[in-house]
Design a protein around this ligand. Sequence first.
Ligand code: HEM
Length: 297
Amino acid sequence: MSTPQGGIFALGTSSHAYLEFDLREGVAEEALASALAGLREPRTTMGGVNLVMGFRPTLWRALQPDAMPEAIEDFDRDVVGPDDFTMPATQHDAVVWLSGSAYDVIFDMSLGVIRALGSVASVADETASWPYHHDLDLTGFIDGTENPTLIDAADIVLIPDGSAGAGGTILLLQKWRHDAATWTSLPVERREHVIGRRLADSTELEDKPDDSHVARTDQDVFGKIFRRNTPYGTVLDHGTMFVGFAAEQRPLSAMLQSMAGSTNGTRDALTRYTTPLTGAYYFVPSARDLRVDGNEG
Ligand code: HEM
């Protein structure tokens, strides 16, 4: 059984950082892969940091063509709906997602990661995130209700043994900024229709509208994914870091198309109150495939 990067499944962490990197000019892609493969979380039984590392799909394919499925594409084109609603493509070369018990260790480790990669890659985007009242998104709704449990998540997320890239997974990382003033001015009932679930307990609405978020991302239609979303930002400027994993790219890309209204002309109502600022896909190789240069740590 191929061993995945464990941080994908590390629940209950109260502090997160997402660092996206671009290769420096003139630096070989191998050097970036090697620098990432050399990163190690602090060796401690408590207060540690989980690292999840991913690569621009075409970069990883160039380095290890046999260690990933053929069909995975970069987020290299904006997703544009019929009314010109746009999800921007902001693909970078690599991502490191750090999660841990508190922001002090995440801060220190992020500094260490940026330093370790400094000669090969520059930081293109940094987002710090934190849980809001345990399991709420900053819209106030419970996020993750329809997530698989950890027992089932591995089967949904990981490329199966025997396939190229076994133990790896595809990550969609997308930062959404909420229009909090407009959202909170809506009556609760309207907000519930936008999401398709009750605010208080996340019960699915029996008569959920076709443009509700859960209708536009229905996993019975598009396939199953595993979400590790986190709230980010400040009182005046905040939103959701969408962090979605799947063993195939299609469920993720099909959900984006559906949210934009390209599937049946119906745009996700949630997109009228929150704006996608970034969008990138990363291939997250298995722990073994990550050690491209035999760097065993
Ligand atoms: C601002 C961005 C987003 C927010 C605030 C948000 C929030 C939520 C909430 C509150 C739910 C209902 C409870 C649950 O099952 O977790 C939900 C469901 C879901 N969301 Fe999102 N979401 C966002 C973006 C996305 C994106 C970009 C995708 C896919 C690419 C996505 C995929 C899903 C899926 C698959 C479900 C479960 C649908 C089902 O019932 O089968 N979400 N989301």
